[in-house]
Design a protein around this ligand. Structure first.
Ligand code: BDP
Length: 320
């Protein structure tokens, strides 16, 4: 080989990427940022084709397609991963994080890395966590001030046993359902309410139908960006590095956009005249959901993971 011979260029590649949210939502904006970053760092060789608005299916289905290799990159909430990767359950546990800052610190640290790595045996490469704020209950019927107010209400939850149990423990009737079906179900009265963060409550226009929002902030299950292991295994080491780097670079961008969006969504909801209940004391909710820790943390590994998260809070609390 002559000294001037250049290594062969790898073929260009376009990664099919999906997200359930509309293009202006912070998670999708972060994907656009990642896409530009990746195109730049690979000299235009690695590209992402982003399908927002759930065009490639609801999260539960699109995750399966991702595992089989039909979708390359998928931004989902952790909840639909609960039945696939047990470690993801821990981050969705009720009241496990004491604040958004606590959640960010945990996912940025070794625990976050462990949960991302736990996805690999299940066909997914965990690339990054995105923010999802805190989830709170909203409904069409009445202001929720105590768990008793939830009694008998039909509450839509994500496709996750953890969320089913959480809502049952609060005395309501959980109805697992895809995100895209919630608006119509609220309008038709098939469900009385649901739970989500400010930006999702607003962007989906659920707030226009379900006027009562109570800041229970019962779960801070983050979002996650996963890649199909099927595709990953066919990539050169250097391309993997570039993808990981671009995903990591999109996180601070996402967080900036997230904080702005939370403030804006909240304003929209308040301007609409919705009744927002701020809870002076969340203890009755926290106490009611405590039993789900024992239902789901059934192995020493999962218990240890939860314990480490609880201890990493400012109070070093041993119980949620
Ligand atoms: C939103 C998440 C989205 C979920 C949705 C849901 O960003 O990934 O699909 O909640 O409740 O906050 O299904």
């Amino acid at each position: 080989m002559s000294a001037l011979a250049l290594p062969a260029l790898a073929d260009p590649l376009t990664l099919r990427t999906t997200d359930t949210h509309p293009p202006d939502y912070p998670t999708v904006q972060a994907l656009y940022y990642m896409s530009e970053h990746l195109a730049r760092s690979s000299d235009g060789r690695l590209n992402m084709k982003i399908y927002p608005g759930g065009q490639l299916g609801e999260e539960k289905d699109s995750l399966e397609i991702t595992i089989f290799g039909g979708i390359d990159l998928n931004r989902v909430n952790l909840a639909p991963l609960n039945s696939i990767v047990p470690e993801t359950i821990v981050l969705g546990m009720p009241f496990i994080f004491e604040s958004i800052e606590h959640m960010r610190a945990v996912v940025d640290g070794p625990i976050g890395d462990e949960v991302l790595a736990a996805m690999e045996p299940h066909g997914l490469i965990g690339l990054a966590f995105y923010d999802s704020g805190a989830r709170s209950f909203y409904n069409v019927k009445r202001p929720i001030r105590t768990p008793a107010d939830l009694e008998g209400m039909k509450i839509r939850v994500q496709n996750s046993e953890l969320f089913v149990e959480m809502v049952s423990a609060l005395g309501a009737n959980p109805t697992p359902m895809s995100f895209g079906e919630v608006y119509e179900s609220l309008v038709l009265g098939t469900i009385d309410g649901s739970e989500n963060n400010w930006p999702s409550y607003e962007s989906t226009r659920h707030y226009e139908v379900a006027g009562f929002y109570t800041r229970t902030e019962h779960s801070m299950a983050p979002e996650v960006l996963v890649m199909s292991r099927h595709r990953w295994e066919r990539l050169a080491e250097e391309d993997r590095r570039l993808i990981r780097e671009a995903a990591r670079a999109s996180v601070p961008v996402m967080r900036r956009l997230w904080d702005q969006r939370v403030a804006r969504s909240r304003e929209v909801v308040l301007e609409n005249g919705n009744e927002v209940v701020e809870l002076a004391d969340k203890a009755p909710f926290r106490d009611a959901v405590r039993p789900v820790y024992d239902v789901f943390l059934t192995t020493p590994e999962l218990r240890d993971l939860a314990q480490r998260i609880l201890e990493s809070g400012s109070g070093g609390a041993a119980t949620p």
